[in-house]
Design a binder for this molecule. Sequence first.
Ligand code: CAA
Ligand code: FAD
Length: 379
Amino acid sequence: MNFQLTEEHLAVQAAARDFAQNDLLPGVIERDTKEIFPEEQVKKMGQLGFMGMMVDPKYNGGGMDTISYILAMEEISKVDASASVCMSVNNSLVCWGLDKYGTEAQKEKYLSRLATGEIIGAFCLSEPEAGSDATSQRTTAEDKGDYYLINGTKNWITNGKSASVYLVIAHTNKDKGHKGINAFIVERGMEGFVVGKKEEKMGIRGSDTHSLMFQDVKVPKENRIGEDGFGFNFAMATLNGGRIGIAAQALGIASGAYELALKYSKERKAFGKEISQHQGIAFKLADMATQIEAARLLCLKAAWLKDNKQDFSLAGAMAKLYASQVAMDTTVEAVQVHGGYGYVKEYHVERLMRDAKITQIYEGTSEIQKIVISRSILK
Ligand code: CAA
Ligand code: FAD
């Protein structure tokens, strides 16, 4: 067993860290306060190769492994989780799915531009009445011969307004249950496709979360992903990898908060000494460091299994379940270490605390991860 990162991994990590410090940190508080999507920063992420990290270089991707991806996700999430969720959706839910299951024509037309960040993508599974219970969705895709007619509403879609390409999951044949579900590539601008209202959120306020409406949207048959009826399996397979990305996002939020708390605890004095010298604070730092390390190892294990073509769904669910709890615990304690200063925006930890919560909700809530884990260990 080798815990050593390679030269390439260290280089990716350093590049992501520099980018986060130089390009994301300066405006992050304003973007959070005013709910501004980090458009320029996302463009630069594309130029630096962070938007299609694992995509085959034949389609302009980075050809990197999942370990590189989670190292970059961690560094970027330490500073700006709104930018990192955009990155995560594009990399692991949109690019990965197209790279693995798309046709040659779909890859040439869409993937090659998504992988460079020239355009960005969105993944549209959730609906107003169907989130965790994803098979009970109501959006329909009627087979009309050489095209499908899509009708319905999707909710909570990340990159909802900024995306150009949307992977939309819809029922073609309700009688067949999840085997009647298909996945489609829908382009922004297709007639009948409307971007709905933007959600005003507790955290990741820079990310654009929208509802989407589809009214008789004609989608050509060649835009279906995989065989007829493959859509639900496509969504699940894609989410398995996505969950590693969100686990890494949670890890980054936690380690970002920990680093700030560690630094502050060595600067702030109370009762004649640095607060880090009070055991009550030192023990908090010890707990944070230990939990973060455990979360990092779970993320790396899941990424390693994926890179080595082994089943990673259990490991990915465990990584997301645990890392998201660590993100919550660590950010709450980081605010505590900062005292009153932790409660104001300038010190960043209050934002990280608000951002942490979403990692327990999207890409499968913590309860859903426990379903995935328990089904796997009980089967
Ligand atoms: N990996 C691969 N396949 C899976 C799977 C997994 N983790 N989980 C289920 N499947 C497959 C099953 O094998 C089955 O396929 P077959 O019949 O071909 O064998 C099929 O999916 C149906 O499985 P179930 O009968 O177990 O389905 P279910 O209705 O009981 O639900 C569930 C299973 C795990 C709860 C699933 O509905 C689920 O994951 N829900 C959560 C949805 C979710 O994560 N949404 C995220 C939206 S995207 C997002 O959130 C992005 C963002 O924020 C940034
Ligand atoms: P529900 O499914 O209604 O769950 C409510 C509660 O009940 C939760 O605590 C849940 O864990 C619990 N619960 C449900 N079923 C069970 C069960 N069987 N056992 C135990 N507990 C259960 N979706 C997308 O498709 N694409 C996106 O890009 C996207 N981005 C998002 C961004 C944000 C900011 C948010 C808030 C959500 C996003 N989502 C996206 C949706 C997200 O995936 C769902 O919110 C999530 O899957 C939960 O679904 P729900 O909100 O309908 O909650």
